[in-house]
Design a binder for this molecule. Structure first.
Ligand code: OGA
Ligand code: NI
Length: 350
């Protein structure tokens, strides 16, 4: 496998202004996922109030909200969540400190550099093949749970309250995640811990700060190429000012609106497997902006690596036979299929 090395990082190219993007960043218009449209219509992504899932809500309210959730999960697999209890000022702080980190000089950020072939740390694309089209983004990816798996040497000490912020944000988001896993189970009339049991108590959770510098050619270059998320659920804090996220619904791309205090939820492949295909992990991508940088924070959770996941028993019957084989370490399946340009879920059909 040949590793492509680029002379400049994405932020350096962005600072240098309007020189054309280097060829490895130019997205192929013939892609099966359609060409780049920087401003398609807003999509049908409902807003779910998760405060209704806790007392003192009336059973009618709970029922209605669960029904809304179930319908969103069947399609498009993307929705926004309010009533999560995280204050607006704290969300601003997360965005602010994230931006401050990315604005540090490269030498400073390199202290937290991701080693080649590892996921944790600061860096740009993980380059796995020569023909790979590169994303116009930098990332800081950190393991946040279980707590004993944190590698603090990748956690920025600059800005000085970054670590404390991330510790607090991770805890708050974890509680949202637990609420969602339970609500998703209840929406299918399952015992509320059905999915939580399957992902395991030591399910790894990672926080990924995504930084998309401005790009002179949004028509040619994507911030992140079309992909579905691998894990159970992804909880995404969007930039407050700059749009960019698009989700594919029935073969068309739609924009996700900015709702400043809402969290965007994308269902991942593992939830598609555990729900026996009733729920879908949507394809999504990020477009670039010619004037402004965009920052987002994704918190992704997946099943314990050694734990076998598969369709919950109650969701398999004669009318709906098992769609996917049970699988361990789905991350490795994704990595392998990525290199062969296959869709991971297609490689494990029953
Ligand atoms: C991701 C992702 C979207 C965004 O991190 O997997 O899809 O808006 N991010 O940054
Ligand atoms: Ni994603």
């Amino acid at each position: 496998m040949e590793i492509v090395s680029l002379s400049k990082s994405v932020p350096e190219m962005a600072i240098n202004g309007d020189e054309p993007p280097p060829p490895p960043y130019v997205f192929n218009k013939q892609s099966i996922f359609g060409s780049i449209d920087v401003s398609p219509p807003y999509g049908p992504f409902p807003v779910i109030d998760i405060s209704l899932f806790s007392p003192p809500s009336s059973s009618a309210d709970v029922h209605n909200e669960l029904e809304k959730l179930r319908s969103a999960l069947i399609s498009p697999g993307c929705f926004q969540v309010i009533g999560h209890g995280i204050s607006s000022s704290f969300l601003d702080k997360v965005r602010e400190l994230g931006k401050q980190f990315f604005e540090l000089p490269m030498e400073e950020k390199k202290k937290y550099a991701r080693p080649t072939n590892q996921v944790e740390g600061y860096g740009s694309n993980m380059i796995v093949s020569e023909n790979q089209v590169l994303d116009w983004s930098d990332r800081l990816s950190l393991s946040v749970f279980p707590e004993d798996t944190r590698n603090l040497h990748y956690w920025p000490q600059n800005p000085s309250d970054f670590r404390e912020m991330l510790n607090e944000y991770a805890k708050k988001v974890k509680s949202v995640e637990q609420t969602l896993y339970k609500a998703i189970a209840k929406s299918l009339n399952l015992e509320e811990n059905s999915f939580l049991k399957m992902v395991g108590e030591r399910a790894p959770v990672r926080a990924r700060f995504n930084f998309y510098p401005r790009c002179s050619r949004p028509d040619l270059v994507l911030g992140v190429k079309p992909h579905s998320d691998t894990g159970g659920i992804t909880i995404l804090l969007q930039d407050k000012d700059v749009e960019g996220l698009q989700v594919r619904v029935d073969g068309n791309w739609f924009k996700v609106a900015i709702i400043p205090d809402a969290l965007v939820i994308n269902l991942g492949d593992q939830m598609q497997i555990m729900s026996n295909g009733i729920f879908k992990s949507p394809l999504h991508r990020v477009v670039t902006n010619p004037e402004k940088l965009r920052m987002s924070v994704a918190v992704v959770s997946e099943a314990e690596v050694d734990k076998e996941i598969g369709a919950v028993d109650e969701l398999v019957n004669e009318e709906r036979p098992r769609l996917y084989k049970n699988v361990k370490n789905f991350g490795a399946v994704v990595y392998e299929s990525y290199q062969k340009e296959q869709i991971a879920l297609d490689t494990i059909t029953a």
